[in-house]
Design a protein around this ligand. Structure first.
Ligand SMILES: Cc1ncc(C[n+]2csc(CCOP(=O)(O)OP(=O)(O)O)c2C)c(N)n1
Length: 571
């Protein structure tokens, strides 16, 4: 397009490209042609999916993995409404996501035009910020504002609405204001780092947990150095998994009360409890499961997050990497590392003992030779097979995801993905596709429940069409397992209609579309199936029959959330 004549849709595409956007996820529609046309002319990779939900999940996963806004473009009306679920998911997970939606033209609204709906007030409360650009020559500026809003401070989803007639207007590119700033929010309160070191000197049983804030600030190296210098136990939570490798001696894995290991024990018995970019959420019983007699320190870039559900003794508004960098500097300057190591050694030994006991207890399930296969056995087999640092595993489903989260050895940050607090089923295949697209050289596997696989099943076709060889392992317990078990615990019975699906040969559908299908019934068949699937170089579906009677810890937790009481349960 000649530089003296440009439509606003093209200009919006140009603004994206000038921010480094090289991948966009979408389903086409008349209301977004001008921007799609621009993106295509500018050489941006276009990933067309089979459902807008999948497109936006892919963009969300892209945003999580790159730590920059993942971009999805959806058309007016139904395209927009189909996209809402992933937006809510991104909000609760703090994922940097830019969702651009077409809408009927300013000239056409309320005329009963095609796909007309009032979108902005629907999505506004769901996102970090929502914009409508009504002036063609300001479209570049609006893309800049929306892009910046995604990543300024705590990341999150941002909405930009572009009416189709605005995008079609021809503008003079020389008269357009091209704002472009990417501020690095690296606030750090140095005095608070010194205060934490004082608390550490007084503590005997500290616990340090790195969450999504640590991940987004890129705090991995500083966190690992901090843990190793102080000889303190490090844990990770949700998107923090892998920030410090689970294989490090001082990393005790997920800060989860249900993981076999010592997470629950450590949290309950700590005398100093330090959250680094980690929210006090459901994972800590919304505050109920926090240690009763500990000093609580919460470091977060988002001030409003600090102190949710509990009183915090030392609140610190800071970027996590900068804060840990300052702590590391002070530890070195004061030469207190060796003394702290000696001080914490009995606590570390105690945690190690609990961890071993927990893992041994879990072996009953994870090494079970039974048929149908125990889902914990499936999760452990996957963990053992996906043993390279670069391997990416995506967990999706009810119990299936909980089992995988429990057994996954996270070796690298951003390499174990799950939906997060929104608990949204159906993320698996889209996340896996986005991961493989971003990292073609890495092995990408999605383990998913047979209920969850239905949500975005047609994305197998996307993977086949685009030649993206992901491996999807279905834990097929013939129904909605977590619902089957939690309703039984809570109501004393399972309601057949709400929990049973029956035996479906999912792998055959995948074969019929040109992918690889494998059916597995015995535990010893799992590994050969994984080998065959990855060796094929094609999108593959491994349909594994798992035990419908195995009650997972997730089902138990769900029953408890809805009021079920476990007599004498002490965590
Ligand atoms: C989109 C969505 N719909 C419904 C639910 C409620 N839900 C939570 S767990 C679950 C069962 C999941 O079954 P499946 O995917 O087969 O995994 P399993 O529990 O059997 O491992 C359901 C329906 C949800 N979390 N998300």
């Amino acid at each position: 397009m000649a530089e003296s004549k440009m439509n606003a849709g093209y200009l919006a595409a140009q603004a994206l490209v000038e921010r480094g956007v090289n991948q966009v996820f979408f389903i086409a529609g008349g209301h977004i042609y001008p921007i799609l046309d621009g993106l295509s002319k500018l050489g941006v990779n276009l990933m067309s999916t089979r459902h807008e939900q999948a497109a936006v999940f892919m963009a969300e996963a892209w945003g999580r993995m790159t730590r920059k806004p993942g971009v999805a473009v959806v058309t007016a009306g139904p395209g927009f409404t189909n996209a809402l679920t992933p937006v809510a998911n991104a909000r609760l997970a703090n994922s940097p996501l830019l969702i651009i939606a077409g809408v009927v033209g300013l000239q056409a609204c309320e005329k009963l035009d095609l796909q007309d709906m009032v979108q902005f007030p629907v999505i506004s409360p769901m996102v970090k910020k929502a914009f409508i650009c009504q002036q063609a020559d300001r479209i570049y500026e609006f893309v800049d504002m929306a892009y910046r809003a995604c990543i300024a401070g705590r990341p999150g989803p941002v909405y930009l609405e572009l009416p189709v007639d605005v995008m079609n207007i021809t503008v003079n590119p020389h008269l357009v204001r091209r704002t472009h700033t990417t501020p690095e929010a690296r606030i750090v309160d140095r005095r608070k780092a010194a205060e934490l070191i004082i608390l550490m000197k007084e503590a005997r049983k500290p616990v340090f947990i790195a969450g999504s804030g640590a991940y987004y600030s890129g705090a991995g190296a500083e966190f690992t150095r901090f843990i190793e210098t102080a000889g303190a136990p490090g844990f990770t939570s949700s998107q923090g998994r892998g920030i410090i490798s689970d294989t490090k001696p001082l990393c005790f894995g997920a800060a989860s009360v249900i993981r076999p290991g010592c997470g629950g024990y450590a949290i309950q018995n700590a005398d100093l409890f330090v959250l680094l970019g980690n929210r006090i959420s459901l994972y800590y019983g919304c505050g109920q499961l926090l240690p009763k007699n500990a000093r609580i320190v919460q470091v977060d870039i988002e001030p409003e997050e600090i102190g949710r559900n509990t009183s915090v003794h030392l609140p610190v508004v800071s970027d996590i990497r900068e804060f840990l960098g300052e702590c590391n500097r002070l530890l070195e300057e004061q030469k207190v590392g060796p003394a702290l190591k000696a001080q914490y050694a009995p606590w570390i030994a105690e945690l190690q003992e609990k961890k071993t006991a927990g893992i041994n207890l879990g072996r009953l399930a994870s090494e079970s030779p039974k048929v149908p296969i125990h889902p914990a056995r499936l999760a452990r087999e996957i963990d053992l097979f996906m043993d390279r640092e670069e391997d990416i595993v995506v967990g999706d489903g009810g119990d299936t995801q909980v089992w995988m989260g429990m057994f996954r050895t996270a070796r690298k940050e951003g390499h174990y993905l799950e939906s997060g607090l929104y608990g949204c089923l159906g993320i698996g295949i889209p996340y896996a596709i986005a991961a493989k697209l971003l990292y073609p050289q890495k092995r990408v596997l999605n383990v998913i429940g047979d209920g969850s696989v239905g949500f975005n099943f047609m994305e197998f076709e996307t993977a086949i069409r685009k030649k993206i060889p992901i491996v999807v392992v279905i834990s097929n317990d013939l129904g909605w397992g977590m619902i089957r078990h939690s309703s039984k615990l809570k109501l004393g019975r399972t309601i057949e209609e709400v929990s049973e699906i029956g035996q479906i040969y999912y792998e055959k559908f995948v074969e019929s579309m040109g992918g690889v299908g494998i059916f597995v019934e015995k535990p010893e068949e799992i590994r050969p199936a994984l080998e065959k699937a990855f060796a094929s170089g094609k999108p593959a579906c491994i349909n594994v029959l798992t035990d419908p009677t195995a009650v997972g810890p997730g089902a138990l937790a769900l029953a408890m959330v809805s009021g079920y009481k476990v007599e004498g349960l002490k965590i």
